[in-house]
Design a protein around this ligand. Structure first.
Ligand SMILES: Nc1ncnc2c1ncn2[C@@H]1O[C@H](COP(=O)(O)OP(=O)(O)O)[C@@H](O)[C@H]1O
Ligand SMILES: O=C(CO)[C@@H](O)[C@H](O)COP(=O)(O)O
Length: 496
C-alpha cells in the first residue's frame, strides 16, 4: 500500500503523520520547541532546532510498526508562514528565523508602501505591507544587521528550510510565497517589479512551484541517519493555512476554514482573483491550481488560551478548564477579553495593540476569564468573517489545536450564527500536505479527487439562538474597544 508523509512545522511544535492511499492515518509523531521573545515585539525560532525535531518525528514515523519505509511514495511539507530564514553561501542559517508574529518591521512596512505606492503594491502582490510578512524583514536585516545582510545568499520560508535539509533544493510553492509580499499573486510567480523596487536580489529567492509539484528528492545521507529512503519525492506542499484548508477538504470557492492554532484565521477559498480589496485581509494563492483565497489573521487565538492556562492552571488539562468555563453563561457575566496579546494584524494592523479584560468584578472567577478568552477570540475571528462579504460562504470547517474542544466550537457557531463543521481528520495542515504528496507522487489526478475520497464532515454545531442574541449585543461593545483603547495601548508601550 502506498504511504505519504505530511509534515507541519507549526509555531508550537512540528507534527508529522503517515497517511495510506485510502486516507487513513497510520502513524503520527510530534515534537515541541520554544518560541523565543528576545525583545518586546520580537519573535524568533532556531531553524536548526526545527530540523532536529523534524528529523526525530520522521524517524519515529519510520520506526512505527504499521509503516514499511519502502512503501513511502512521497512527502508533503506545510508550516507556519512568513517566517524568514537567512542562509549563507554554504546553506547555514545566519540568524534565528524571524517569525510571522514578529512585529519589529513597522518602519520597513511604511517604507515599502511609500516606495512602491499602495495602489501598485496591492495591484502586484494583492496585499498591503503588514509587519509579519517576509519582505519587510529582509529590509529590517539590511538596515539593522548589515554584517548579516552582506553574507546572505538565500532567503527561505520555514517549511522550505526543511525542504532544503531533506533534498538540498531551494524551492517554494505559491501559497506560502504569497505571504512574502514579493509574489505576483494573480500570476503565481515572483514579481520583478517588487524585487527591483525594493532592491532584493532575485537569486536570493527559491524557484516557485505549484503545491502538488515535485520539488526534489530526499538525500541519501538521511537513509543512514533516520531510515528515510533516498530519492523519495518531496512536493511543494503549502503554507499552514492553505495546507490546513486542503486537509479539511476546502478546495472549492465559497467554503471556509476557521483555524484555532497559535494564530486565528478565517480562510475562504475562491475560484476567482480579487475584485474588491479589503485593507487588512490577505489575498493569497491557494495550494490548489487556479484557486486563491482571502484570509483574515489574528495573532493570538489559541495562544491566548495557552497563556491563560500556563499562568492560572498549568497542572490542569485544557478539557478541565474549558469544562469549567462551560458552566458560565454566554457573555461571561459581563466580562470581555480583547485578544491582542502580541499586537494584531486583522482587522487592526497594530504592533502596539494589547490584551485587555474589560468589566472585571469581584464576582468573576477563573472560569469567567477562561470563557471570556474563548469568546474574545471568537469576536476577533468574527471581525474577519464580517469583512468577507463579497463571497457567499456556504460552509465553515474548523481546524487547529483549539478546535479539538467542542465548547469552543459551539461558542464560534453561536457568535458567527453559522453552523460549524468538523472533519474526520484533525491533523489539518499535516494532512493537507499528505494530500498534496498523494497528488504529486501517488498517481491521483487532482487535489479534489483525493479530498473527495479521504475527507468527510462529521459533527456540526448549529448556532443556539439565545446565545447568539447575547453575543450579537456584546460584539457591538467589543468592536468599539480597540479605538477607545488604542491611545492607552500606545502610551503603555513606553513602560514595557
Ligand atoms: N484540547 C484542547 N482544547 C483547546 N485548545 C487546545 C487543546 N489542545 C491544544 N490546544 C490549543 O491549541 C494550540 C496549538 O494549536 P496548533 O494548531 O497545534 O498550533 P500551531 O500550529 O500554531 O503550533 C495551543 O496553543 C493550545 O492553546
Ligand atoms: O501568519 C499566519 C498566516 O498569515 C499564521 O497563521 C502563521 O502561518 C502561523 O500559524 P499557526 O502556527 O498558528 O498555525
Amino acid at each position: 500500500m502506498s504511504l505519504f508523509i505530511g509534515i507541519d512545522l507549526g509555531t508550537s511544535s512540528v507534527k508529522s503523520i503517515v497517511v495510506d492511499e485510502t486516507g487513513s492515518i497510520c502513524a503520527n509523531s510530534s515534537r515541541e520547541y520554544p518560541l523565543l521573545n528576545p525583545q518586546p515585539l520580537w519573535y524568533e525560532q532556531d531553524p536548526e532546532i526545527w530540523w532536529k525535531k523534524t528529523k526525530e518525528t520522521i524517524q519515529e514515523l519510520i520506526q512505527h510498526p504499521e509503516v514499511d519505509a519502502s512503501d513511502i511514495k512521497g512527502i508533503g511539507l506545510s508550516g507556519q508562514m512568513h517566517g524568514t530564514v537567512f542562509l549563507d553561501k554554504n546553506g547555514k542559517p545566519l540568524y534565528n528565523a524571524i517569525l510571522w508574529c514578529d512585529q519589529r518591521t513597522e518602519q520597513e512596512c511604511e517604507y515599502i508602501e511609500q516606495k512602491v505606492g499602495i495602489q501598485s503594491l496591492v495591484e502586484e502582490s494583492g496585499n498591503r505591507a503588514l509587519t509579519g510578512f517576509s519582505a519587510p524583514k529582509i529590509l529590517w536585516v539590511k538596515q539593522n544587521k548589515p554584517e548579516i545582510y552582506e553574507k546572505v545568499d538565500k532567503v527561505l520560508l520555514p517549511k522550505d528550510y526543511i525542504r532544503y535539509r531533506l533534498t538540498g533544493e531551494f524551492a517554494t510553492e505559491v501559497s506560502d510565497a504569497s505571504g512574502t509580499l514579493l509574489l505576483q499573486v494573480k500570476k503565481r510567480n515572483w514579481s520583478n517589479h517588487l524585487l527591483e523596487s525594493l532592491n532584493i536580489p532575485r537569486e536570493w529567492l527559491p524557484n516557485v512551484y505549484e503545491s502538488q509539484e515535485v520539488t526534489g528528492y530526499t538525500l541519501s545521507y538521511l537513509q543512514k541517519e533516520i531510515g528515510l529512503p533516498a530519492g523519495t519525492p518531496v512536493v511543494g506542499g503549502g503554507g499552514d493555512q492553505a495546507a490546513g484548508a486542503v486537509g479539511s477538504g476546502v478546495v472549492e470557492g465559497g467554503i471556509a476554514t476557521v483555524a484555532l492554532g497559535t494564530s486565528g484565521v478565517v480562510f475562504v477559498a475562491r475560484d476567482d482573483t480579487l475584485k474588491t480589496f479589503q485593507h487588512t485581509l490577505h489575498f493569497f494563492c491557494h495550494a490548489v491550481p487556479d484557486q486563491w483565497h482571502t484570509m483574515g489573521v489574528m495573532l493570538s487565538a489559541a495562544a491566548s488560551l495557552k497563556w491563560w492556562k500556563e499562568i492560572s492552571a498549568n497542572q490542569e488539562s485544557y478539557e478541565t478548564i474549558l469544562q469549567e468555563a462551560d458552566h458560565v453563561r454566554a457573555g461571561s457575566e459581563g466580562l470581555l477579553f480583547l485578544p491582542y496579546l502580541v499586537g494584531e494584524r486583522t482587522p487592526h494592523p497594530d504592533p502596539q495593540a494589547k490584551g485587555q479584560l474589560v468589566g472585571l468584578t469581584l464576582a468573576h472567577q477563573r472560569a469567567h476569564i477562561t470563557r471570556a478568552i474563548l469568546e474574545g477570540v471568537g469576536f476577533g475571528l468574527n471581525d474577519s468573517l464580517q469583512m468577507m462579504n463579497d463571497v457567499e460562504i456556504k460552509e465553515i470547517r474548523v481546524t487547529g489545536g483549539g478546535s479539538k474542544n467542542k465548547i469552543w466550537r459551539q461558542i464560534l457557531a453561536d457568535i458567527f450564527n453559522k453552523p460549524i463543521a468538523t472533519v474526520n481528520t484533525n491533523e489539518g495542515p499535516a494532512y493537507g500536505a499528505a494530500v498534496l504528496a498523494a497528488v504529486g507522487s501517488g498517481g491521483f489526478a487532482s487535489v479534489k479527487q483525493v479530498t473527495d475520497q479521504w475527507i468527510q464532515t462529521l459533527e456540526c454545531h448549529e448556532p443556539i439562538q439565545t446565545h447568539h442574541q447575547v453575543y450579537s449585543e456584546i460584539y457591538q461593545i467589543y468592536k468599539e474597544q480597540y479605538s477607545l483603547l488604542k491611545h492607552t495601548f500606545h502610551q503603555l508601550d513606553a513602560f514595557r
